[in-house]
Design a protein around this ligand. Structure first.
Ligand code: FNR
Length: 389
């Protein structure tokens, strides 16, 4: 793919679609059931307008930010790469290429527990100074969960993101129709070394080929799929007892859950509906963002420490990111664009995606009269269509 011909993230998605296998593209692009929430995420941005201020000195706009509560410093922009599973399905260098690109651009990379590269290797690829997080599903097997947390700590994650919107997988019908499976040779790499060894032995046999590989893979998928659907607020204490890393709860969309999370003292809530891949019919994340911000405020008022708000869902433009910042997000994340970047050009492709978004955000801030991220986080900058000014 000629990266110079790619002018925006939508171009990048179209280019990725041209070069990817149908089943891989659909895996990354798809949502749950009717995909109404997937579409709603995008549509919500067109209902929010940005009201620019003029005659502001914008000769030197500063997009940099720090989020000390999550151990994230010197970020080039308030952006973040969301955890996206199985990135080697998009490019052979997968997670490592993406982590390198993020490190080079000083944008944090959140590794997925369901990565096709081991967390240690992703950590090394980014290098010591790379801002990074690790996403975790709490498994029924608490020892296995603790081992994953230790590995994330050793790999340099400064915050743990606990995904709470996926006690079971949403029904992604494209994958069912396509009979989507990881290609032979790829595996979910964060399972215990012993299990991997078994799997590698399975695959090593002279002509046991595809069938065994497939069987091994589905065994592992079942295992790592051992997430604990009985997880409740009561389990936060257990998580705190096994790690000192700040915790972020990913997948919160209601006022009540946000207020509870803040009151419980978590370091952050991540407004997300998993990119429309879980509960079809759940609200667009941009519509949920003001509720969550209000909920967090309420929780903090009752004495909890600050609680950071991360936002994702359909962000494809700098103006999308600016709208989310204005509505109260501290960091704005993108998921699918990392897959499109990888498919279009590995590390360079992800770098291009990050550059496009950062530069678009800078342009949007400049035109809106925001000299820095602090002034962009201003509720008066935007109106929701239909809202009384
Ligand atoms: C995801 N997402 C996700 N989230 C998570 O917590 N753990 C995971 O392993 C994954 N895996 C994953 C795979 C794929 C293919 C997609 C598209 C998404 C959700 C992800 O972190 C994020 O919430 C959404 O992708 C954000 O929406 P956009 O930016 O993709 O529209």
């Amino acid at each position: 793919v000629d990266l110079d011909a790619i002018v925006c993230l939508d171009d990048m998605e179209r280019a990725a679609q041209r070069v990817m296998d149908r089943q891989d593209f659909d895996y990354f692009a798809g949502g749950a059931e009717t995909e109404s929430t997937l579409r709603a995420n995008r549509a919500a941005f067109s209902r929010v307008t940005i009201w620019p201020r003029c005659m502001v000195d914008v000769s030197d706009v500063d997009t940099t930010t720090h989020v000390p509560a999550l151990g994230l410093r010197n970020l080039a922009a308030p952006l973040l790469i969301a955890p996206v599973a199985m990135q080697r399905a998009a490019h052979p260098d997968g997670e490592c290429a993406a982590a390198r690109a993020c490190a080079a651009h000083s944008i944090p990379y959140c590794a997925s527990q369901q990565s096709t590269t081991a967390i240690e290797e992703i950590g090394r690829a980014g290098g010591d100074d790379a801002p990074r997080m690790f996403q975790l599903y709490v498994l029924s097997d608490r020892e296995a969960t603790t081992r994953l947390i230790r590995r994330a700590e050793s790999a340099g994650a400064t915050a743990l993101c606990i995904t709470v919107d996926a006690p079971v997988l949403g029904r992604r019908e494209r994958d069912v129709r396509n009979r989507f499976e990881l290609k032979a040779g790829l595996k979910l790499a964060n399972v215990d070394a012993k299990k991997n060894q078994n799997q590698n032995q399975n695959q090593a046999g002279p002509d046991k080929s595809a069938v065994d590989a497939k069987r091994a893979q589905s065994a592992i998928a079942r295992r790592i799929g051992g997430r604990d659907a009985s997880l409740t607020w009561d389990h936060l204490a257990w998580l705190r007892s096994v790690t000192h890393l700040p915790l972020v709860l990913k997948g919160i969309v209601t006022y009540a859950d946000a207020a509870r999370a803040a009151k419980e003292g978590v370091a952050g809530v991540w407004v997300s509906n998993h990119g429309g891949r879980q509960l079809d019919g759940s609200p667009a994340t941009l519509d949920a963002l003001p509720e969550v911000v209000a909920g967090v405020k309420e929780g903090v008022k009752e004495g909890a420490p600050t609680c950071v708000v991360i936002f994702d869902g359909g962000v494809r433009r700098g103006t999308d990111a600016l709208k989310a910042l204005a509505l109260g997000a501290d960091l704005v994340a993108v998921g699918r664009p990392v897959a499109w970047g990888l498919a279009c050009g590995g590390e360079l492709g992800v770098g291009k995606a990050v550059e496009l978004l950062t530069e678009e955000l800078r342009t949007a801030m400049t035109l809106a009269g925001c000299r820095d991220v602090r002034s962009a986080r201003n509720r008066e900058l935007v109106q929701v269509v239909g809202e009384t000014p």
